[in-house]
Design a protein around this ligand. Structure first.
Ligand SMILES: [Zn+2]
Length: 339
């Protein structure tokens, strides 16, 4: 059965299976959770279940199921932002609605998956709202978003919300190994990717573990670096937006580790446990209050980068903000000079 292929989401799958078998199926679902944790796979399995030729829970082998899995079933419509865009616009939703009021072409039910419901602009969301209020009898809707609060309350209130958990490290490791990644690397990627298979595979593709080894020096000595060194780093790391987003992701990982350690969590919870001694020193020097502020600054910078600000300037600002904390930072330097 198709649902058996979904790993680490037992609770969500159980709820769906029960609803399918009882025949009491909500018209509209909102699947929430981090990207790459199984939301889309589950949405496809649910859509396939509606039209499966053999059973209430998609068998996975009939023609209808196979077409659903490969996203080529005529009664399956998936809407997401167009290539290179970050927004779902009203025209896309209008097309979806027109289709939703037509009879299914091959099966008994049409399924409409909005992959990125939080990316609908307000016009698009409002247009969809009317259809969700009075859904056509043969249409089902599955909205996918990181969390409930990221979509308009008027939309989420019309959905049955189903929460997906970040994948556990062991599930991630097994899934990454099944992709042909060796055990040691799978374990490292699983610890870095925070419950998202999509992120784990992306890190693998972009060689993030190697990248981390390469940037370890600059990252671990950031708080001792002088202004000219920081400007150099900002220049290197701010070459382009993709590069800057990647490095800020590494930074966030790095400081999250230090924070976790400063709060007394065991070594197993660290991503970069091979750098334990350095992490410990920094945890002692920075303290958890500063670390929270550092992580906030990194998050702000990432948001700015996503919003098309000047890349090098954003990196400059971030690095100089981070420098305020730690050894060469104002606070600590002053107190040390006082002795
Ligand atoms: Zn089937």
């Amino acid at each position: 059965m198709l649902f058996d292929r979904i790993k680490g989401q037992e609770s969500a799958v159980r709820i769906l299976a029960r609803a399918l078998e009882s025949g009491r199926m909500p018209t509209t679902f909102l699947f929430t959770g981090p990207s790459g944790c199984g939301r889309m796979g589950t949405a496809l399995a649910l859509a396939a279940s509606f039209n499966c030729e053999n059973s209430a829970l998609a068998c996975g082998s009939c023609q209808s199921c196979r077409l659903h899995i490969s996203n080529s079933h005529p009664d399956l419509v998936i809407v997401r932002p167009p290539e290179g865009k970050r927004v779902i616009v009203i025209e896309q939703i209008r097309t979806l609605i027109e289709r939703a009021y037509l009879m299914p072409l091959m099966g008994t039910t049409s399924t409409f998956i909005v992959d990125g419901a939080h990316l609908m602009n307000p016009n698009a969301a409002n247009a969809l709202l009317k259809t969700l209020e009075e859904p056509p009898a043969t249409s089902r809707f599955i909205l996918i978003a990181p969390d409930r609060d990221s979509v308009l309350p008027t939309v989420s209130s019309r959905c049955r919300i189903l929460a997906f958990r970040p994948l556990s490290r062991s599930v991630m490791e097994a899934l990454l190994e099944a992709e042909g990644i060796d055990k040691k690397r799978a374990a490292l990627l699983a610890s870095m990717a925070r419950g998202s298979m999509a992120r784990g595979l992306e890190y693998h593709r972009e060689e993030i573990p190697e990248r981390m080894a390469q940037e370890f020096g600059p990252l671990s000595s950031l708080h001792e670096a002088g202004p000219s060194r920081l400007l150099d780093l900002a220049k290197g790391w701010g070459k382009n937006r993709t590069e800057a987003l990647k490095i800020t992701e590494l930074m966030a990982q790095w400081y999250r580790d230090i924070l976790v350690l400063s709060e007394g969590a065991p070594r197993e919870q660290l991503i970069h446990s091979s750098h334990l001694a350095t992490l410990r020193t920094l945890a002692e020097e920075l303290g958890s209050a500063s670390l929270s502020m550092i992580l906030e600054s990194i998050e702000d910078a990432r948001e700015d980068l996503e919003n098309n600000t000047n890349v090098e300037l954003t990196m400059d600002n971030l690095l100089f903000r981070l420098r305020k904390f730690g050894r060469t930072g104002q606070g600590n330097t002053l107190s040390r000079e006082g002795f």
